[in-house]
Design a protein around this ligand. Structure first.
Ligand SMILES: C=C(O[C@@H]1C=C(C(=O)O)C=C[C@H]1O)C(=O)O
Length: 281
């Protein structure tokens, strides 16, 4: 069957008109973010929890032949560029294994941002700490056997870098790896969140993961232990727990008050908006 030139021309004109409308709306969105930036005086320009809410809402209303994952990629480019426009930043990527896959995840999330590769996790996290807000890190998902960089987050400095996002946010089954974003600010509530918590047990304290978990549950903190690592004479345990925890959380104070003999420190090290599984839609 040959193409009907009249139909083809008409459809191409229709596409041009749609492109104009899309472009006008992009211009309008950028101007609105510009206005927002002038009233958003405190805190970081990047709000991963707000970004997560935007994507959840759009995926929820999506329909038609374009895959939701593609809509997500387009919006990631828009959001990432408008966040950088408010406050320029680059990405410090550490990934000893699967660097290409992690690079892809970082690129998909941060759009056209500059990405610098770092050979060690210490270097990548130092780039964040020393950058005065101009660098965020993308690190492999903590807690697996090979990914024991997470003890580096166990500082009690109120200005310490923290985990603020988990990538990819939209899971369409195309990425073989996951990663976290570490930023010089803390995460915010998106409505469906999880946190990482490092529990430090002191020298000579023999406590099983199961008993530690019981202590957390009794304090109202629900999660699971992902990994344990020695540090000096201490042992650090990485927990992933429901909801967001910050330094002032009364549950952490209650935990230490009740079990200070077993638990030397409970350090919240950030959290993330739970990723959206597109296959489950
Ligand atoms: C516009 C904002 O700043 C950034 C850009 C966003 C966007 O383009 O929608 C969303 C969250 C922030 O990372 C905001 O805080 O709402």
């Amino acid at each position: 069957m040959s193409d009907n030139p009249i139909d083809l021309d008409a459809l191409r004109r229709e596409i041009d008109q749609i492109d104009d409308r899309l472009h006008d709306l992009l211009i309008q969105r950028a101007e609105t973010v510009q206005r927002l930036a002038s009233v958003k005086r405190s805190g970081p320009a990047m709000r991963p929890e707000r970004e997560a809410s935007i994507l959840r809402r759009l995926v929820g209303r999506h329909r038609g032949p374009l895959p939701a994952g593609v809509v997500g990629r387009i919006w990631r480019e828009i959001i990432a560029s408008l966040t950088r426009f408010q406050s320029p930043h680059s990405v410090a990527l550490y990934a000893a294994y699967g660097t290409i896959e992690h690079f892809d995840v970082a690129r998909a999330h941060f759009g056209a941002a500059r990405i610098d590769l770092h050979d060690t996790p210490v270097q990548a996290l130092r780039a964040v700490a020393e950058s005065a807000g101009q660098v965020i890190a993308v690190m492999p998902l903590p807690g697996s056997e090979e990914q024991a960089w997470w003890p580096l987050l166990a500082s009690t400095d109120s200005q310490r870098p923290r985990i603020v996002a988990r990538l990819p946010f939209l899971r369409d089954g195309t990425s073989p790896v996951e990663a976290v974003v570490v930023a010089p600010f803390g995460p915010g509530l998106s409505g469906d969140d999880a946190s990482y918590l490092i529990i430090v047990t002191g020298y000579g304290t023999e406590i099983s993961r199961g008993r530690l978990n019981d202590r957390l549950v009794a304090a109202g903190i629900h999660g699971q232990c992902l990994d344990s690592r020695p540090r000096g004479g201490d042992t650090l345990h990485l927990f992933e727990v429901d909801g967001l925890l910050d330094d002032q959380d009364p549950r952490l104070q209650a935990l230490i008050a009740a079990h200070g003999d077993e638990i030397a420190q409970a350090i919240p090290v950030g959290g993330y908006a739970r990723p959206l599984d597109l296959a489950a839609r």
